[in-house]
Design a binder for this molecule. Structure first.
Ligand code: OSB
Ligand code: MG
Length: 376
């Protein structure tokens, strides 16, 4: 595949409700979309960075800079046998996984279209539907949280994840368990605790949680192993795992018993699949995390979640939980059983609504390779 052009767009789109984590509140999303043209086909990827460097170091603006100044010159006009060749081409650029992932994932979309197969199939996915959970932001009170959970369960979601932070933890977990004794429940701390909090975190063991996600520092693996050895609740790593080497190190030292895979955080489909394979070979469950994606990132998440190793419900939920109107057609829908059907059309499996994207676009830059074939 030869890369003929790269188009960057930043869209602004407001979430239906503000989303609060231990690191801050998000309402107005600024999302960079990457469109790649290759051999007459067009593929789409989404940068899953946040607006500020609070989940990880990348942001909407750093991704734009890295894409336009450093990634574009490496990829424009390049010929690859497969999207799998992209990580090596981008290897001189350290980090910036989310910026890289958007380009790689767009190439996977193109390759699936070229072969006339669904992206999920091209990736090696076997599931025809995926299990869905929801991630619920920090709420003003335990009562408010229980009201939200009640609604999500009524919509069919198979597991509930609640965001926590110090002083917004035990009381909330206790209240949820009191009202919803048997549900599949987990918590996500987004690095809000320290190893010294181990005695406090041990209280969580009483509540039958599926896991506690990323309790300690965003760039730590070692302290998580010290914490895991003191907890019955499985630790799940999110922020700390950027590639298969990190995943291997974490498993070797017992830093976690579950891994959350996010396409952006690990640099795209190739690395995500490697982590999934490693975990499957070691009987470590993985699930697909979410980054408040638009339909494009969501479609990529659905395809990835069809891989066999994704044995737990992910944070991939219906478009309508996030947006008044999504940028893909049809929107992502969740069945009353809490599942999403993996599309069986070639490529991403959803139509990208370019007109709607153009309406939401606040900046756009198109790079054409100088050797691009212009079709007339
Ligand atoms: O840690 O999983 C996280 C959202 C933004 C940043 C980090 C995280 C999240 C979520 C939301 O939990 C998942 C979603 O609904 O997209
Ligand atoms: Mg998380």
């Amino acid at each position: 595949m030869k890369i003929d052009s790269l188009t960057l767009r930043e869209i602004r789109i407001r979430l239906r409700n503000p989303f609060e984590t231990s690191f801050g509140k998000t309402w107005d999303r600024r999302i960079v979309l990457v469109q790649v043209q290759s051999d007459g086909l067009s593929g789409w990827g989404e940068v899953t960075a946040g607006e500020g460097p609070y989940y990880n170091p990348e942001t909407t603006d750093t991704s734009w800079l890295i894409l336009s100044k450093f990634i574009e010159p490496l990829v424009s006009g390049a010929s690859l046998d497969s999207p799998r060749g992209l990580p090596a081409l981008l290897a001189p650029i350290r980090g910036h996984e989310m910026a890289k992932a958007a380009v790689e994932n767009a190439l996977w979309d193109i390759e699936a279209q070229r072969q006339g197969v669904p992206l999920a199939t091209l990736l090696g996915g076997t599931r025809t539907e995926i299990a869905c959970g929801v991630s619920i932001g920090i709420q003003p009170s335990p009562e408010a949280l229980n009201d939200v959970i009640h609604r999500e369960l009524a919509d069919g979601y198979q597991r509930i994840k609640i965001k926590i932070k110090p002083a917004k933890d035990l009381e909330f977990i206790q209240a949820v368990r009191k009202q919803f004794a048997g549900i599949r429940l987990m918590v996500d701390a987004n690095s809000a605790y320290r190893l010294e909090d181990a005695a406090h975190l041990k209280h969580f063991d009483e509540f039958g949680l599926m896991m506690i996600e990323q309790p300690l520092a965003w760039d730590d693996i070692f302290d998580h192993s010290r914490l895991q050895s003191q907890l019955r609740t499985p630790v799940c790593l999110d922020e700390s795992i950027h590639n298969v080497h990190h995943a291997n190190a974490a498993l070797q030292i017992g830093a976690c018993r579950v891994i959350n895979i996010k396409l952006g955080r690990v640099g795209g489909h190739s690395e995500a699949r490697s982590i999934q394979e490693l975990c499957r070979s070691r009987n470590i469950p993985v699930w697909c995390g979410g980054m408040l994606e638009s339909g494009i990132g969501r479609a990529h998440n659905i395809a990835m979640s069809s891989l066999e190793g994704f044995v737990l419900p992910g944070d991939v939920s219906a478009s309508k939980r996030y947006w008044q109107e999504d940028i893909i057609d049809p929107e992502v829908e969740v069945s009353p059983q809490g599942t999403i059907r993996v599309p069986n059309r070639p490529g991403l499996g959803y139509t990208v609504r370019v007109n709607r994207i153009e309406q939401l676009t606040v900046r756009k830059e198109e790079f054409r390779s100088s050797t691009a074939q212009v079709s007339v």
